[in-house]
Write a protein that binds this ligand. Structure first.
Ligand code: ADP
Length: 456
């Protein structure tokens, strides 16, 4: 049982982890790069340690530095947050080997689910519906590859087994493009992921992104906490997330949740996890599992009333989950808007000084942010600076509350995606719900900032 947690992350999620630890009476150790000494959680932690220079490879992504920091500070557990080393099976294994607790699933579960070919095979065997595709990784026989693509049916998407972050994928609409696409994706995958394996999937033209939150403990309990709709994306980066997903059949969702819970048992899953699906014409297709807490976890916390971070840490301490499946009920609707330090038309990063920051409030509003006046957003990391959440009995009221919250938000000095989020709250497609994953790209192409989109 640990009493000191090293937070191996930064920004809003580091602050969220710190708050969960504080609730549980745990000591916190903040580790940071030298450009991050002014982060909010660094100021608030019981102990703070600089572990290296700004570039993440020499600080947040260096397992040796993190383990040394744990040794120096007496931390017995490491919370990886999301991104950085959170889905790195070797890091999780190194933490385990050092006799520390990795706050997440066993390294073996991360390894299996981190290989998309292995993950799909495992999920299919567990009865979870998958996108129709090749039988595992593609071989090198050209005729055989073409036969697989014909069987799957064009258009297909060539995907890297080790891919992530929306990289290592290529759509092929026609057999004539197949050889090149496979070769290029293979070469890219070998370089970027040190794994040249690629596979084929049928390319779905107009899917929604629906994901299922699960939690498991070490005592054999697994629960599902409902779905999130994360279809508002740009370049595979989510911009808005909501729960529940508008218009889904609740029985279908319950069946999917039960399948995901069963799959967790098969892989010996522990902690918080998310099964990601594409949803088209009433069917769900598994694409990958995220073996960590996600950026958008608070929408599920708002509608279920369950503190996912708290449960995740308690489970890592060896406690059973504090609730059962029958305790999970959905209450109302929640929406999250991501505020990124990015130009809302070019989407180029806009690091810089925060001159003023006044966060919104009122019934149903929650803000997760590390911003404060005088804070400088460094150029080295992810551009997410705030998550604004609205919760209400109905989706309509949640949207209205979000509109109020965005209007109340004062953020001076930084250019952010706030104006885009304000527009999206009024946009006809978003208001109707049920739009596909290309919706936002279409709005951007049509020039949302010139007022070209339809407003409700
Ligand atoms: P990553 O690990 O890089 O996020 P995913 O497998 O989750 O990769 O896919 C990322 C995104 O790529 C999906 O959210 C979806 O937008 C698109 N995508 C992946 N597979 C398919 C598919 N079979 N059909 C259509 N779009 C897909």
């Amino acid at each position: 049982m640990f009493d000191t947690v090293l937070i191996a992350n930064r920004g809003e999620i580091a602050l969220r982890i710190l708050r969960a630890c504080r609730d549980l009476g745990l000591r916190t150790v903040a580790v940071h790069s030298d450009v991050d000494a002014n982060l909010r959680h660094v100021q608030l932690a019981d102990q703070a340690l600089c572990i290296g220079p700004g570039p993440a490879a020499d600080s947040y992504l260096d397992p040796a530095r993190l383990l040394r920091a744990a040794r120096l500070t007496g931390a017995q557990a490491i919370h990886p947050g999301y991104g950085f080393l959170s889905e790195n099976a070797d890091f999780a294994a190194a933490v385990e080997a050092a006799g520390l607790t990795f706050i997440g699933p066993p390294s073996q579960a991360i390894r299996v689910m981190g290989d998309k070919v292995a993950a799909k095979a495992t999920m299919r065997a567990a009865g979870v519906p998958c996108v129709p595709g090749s039988d595992g990784a593609l071989g090198h026989d050209r005729a055989e590859v073409h036969e697989q693509a014909r069987r799957v049916g064009y258009p297909v998407i060539v995907k890297a087994a080790g891919g992530g972050g929306g990289r290592g994928m290529r759509v092929v609409r026609d057999a004539a493009e197949l050889d090149d696409a496979v070769a290029v994706t293979r070469a890219e995958a070998a370089r970027a992921f040190h794994n040249a394996e690629v596979y084929l999937e049928r390319f779905l033209e107009h899917p929604r992104h629906i994901e299922m939150q699960v939690m498991a403990d070490r005592h054999g309990h697994v629960v599902w906490l409902g779905e999130r709709d994360c279809s508002m994306q740009r370049r595979h980066q989510k911009m808005i997330e909501e729960a529940p997903a508008p218009g889904l059949d609740r029985d279908d969702v319950a069946r999917l949740g039960a399948l995901c819970a069963a799959a967790c048992r098969v892989i010996g899953y522990v902690g918080a996890g998310t099964f990601e699906f594409l949803y088209e014409n009433g069917s769900f297709y598994f694409i990958e599992m995220n073996t960590r807490v996600q950026v958008e976890h608070p929408v599920t916390e708002l509608v279920t009333g369950i503190d996912i971070l708290r449960e995740q840490i308690r489970v890592a301490q060896g406690h059973p989950l504090s609730f059962a499946q029958s305790d999970v009920t959905l209450n109302g609707h929640a929406i999250e808007c991501r505020i990124n330090a990015e130009d809302p038309t070019s989407f180029l990063p806009t690091p810089g000084d925060v001159a003023a920051w006044v966060s919104p409030g009122g019934p149903g509003i929650r803000v997760e942010s590390h911003l404060y006046p005088g804070y400088a957003v460094p150029p080295h990391y992810d551009s997410l600076v705030a998550k604004i959440l609205a919760h209400a009995p109905t989706r309509d009221l949640a949207i209205r509350r979000m509109q109020g919250a965005l209007a109340e938000t004062t953020l001076a000095g930084l250019t952010t995606t706030l104006p885009l989020q304000q527009r999206l709250m009024r946009e006809v497609g978003f208001r109707a719900g049920g739009f596909d994953i290309h919706h936002l790209e279409r709005l951007i192409q049509d020039g949302w900032h010139q007022g070209a989109q339809d407003e409700a």
